[in-house]
Design a protein around this ligand. Structure first.
Ligand code: HEM
Length: 206
């Protein structure tokens, strides 16, 4: 396995946040409604990890460093882990595990349907992220994994629905998302210059 320290560093950097938030909730540092704060932070964490995962390919193109690609799958799996925690926190702290309330909840918070669609798409990508599925699906695997853009759209719509009044934070996430999508358009991608191109031997002028 290449870049073991880098991979471990990324693992720790992503794993530490939910633990820190849980500790904050346990020590009463999250205000009067710690459950809602946890749901929100895990939702934002999911969207952030989605954007970070999508930025690995452009960063690789830009720098030529293979380490970015080396952590791409790990980041995608973390994104799924965060959304599972987001869903679990919602089920425990907002729904109170009272599934009979789900119908009322869906009418009160219809944005949950959009989030649930995003969750299902992430589940499909996670289940098929292994080498076996890659081999079995062949060319269809790449097409299927383009669903990551649908997930980004659903995540942004879900957030927009929630924060309707205050669009500043949403606009930052949406602009980064749009930028990352534009960077993936083949003609744009071809033009991305290599920042760390191999230096040609310098010619000394006489
Ligand atoms: C079954 C799946 C999901 C459920 C039940 C769910 C539920 C929720 C709930 C209840 C909130 C808090 C709303 C509030 O503050 O009043 C929320 C916020 C949020 N969720 Fe989800 N969500 C789901 C999936 C997703 C997915 C797939 C993403 C991202 C790709 C996501 C990203 C977010 C974001 C960014 C916020 C806003 C946090 C903030 O602005 O503070 N959620 N979600």
């Amino acid at each position: 396995m290449r870049y073991p320290i880098w991979r471990l560093g990324v693992f720790i950097a992503v794993a530490v946040w939910p633990l820190l938030w849980l500790y904050e909730a346990w020590s009463f540092a999250l205000g009067p409604d710690p459950g809602k704060v946890l749901v929100d932070r895990l939702g934002l964490g999911t969207l952030t990890l989605l954007l970070i995962t999508l930025s690995m390919t452009p960063l690789h193109k830009l720098s030529g460093w293979a380490g970015w690609i080396g952590v791409r799958r790990q980041l995608g799996l973390w994104c799924f882990a965060y959304v599972v925690l987001h869903l679990a926190a919602y089920s425990v702290f907002i729904l109170g595990l009272d599934w009979s309330q789900l119908g009322v909840e869906l009418r009160k918070r219809p944005y949950i349907i959009v989030g649930a669609l995003g969750f299902l798409c992430l589940l499909v990508l996670t289940v098929t992220s292994n080498r076996y599925s890659q081999r079995r699906l062949g060319a269809r695997w790449k097409k299927l994994h383009r669903m990551v853009y649908v997930i980004l759209g659903l995540g942004l719509l879900h957030m927009l629905w929630i924060v309707r009044a205050d669009l500043k934070e949403w606009a930052i996430y949406a602009s980064i998302g749009v930028l990352l999508l534009v960077l993936r358009v083949p003609p744009v991608m071809r033009r991305i210059p290599r920042l760390i191109a191999k230096k040609a031997p310098s010619v000394t002028k006489a």
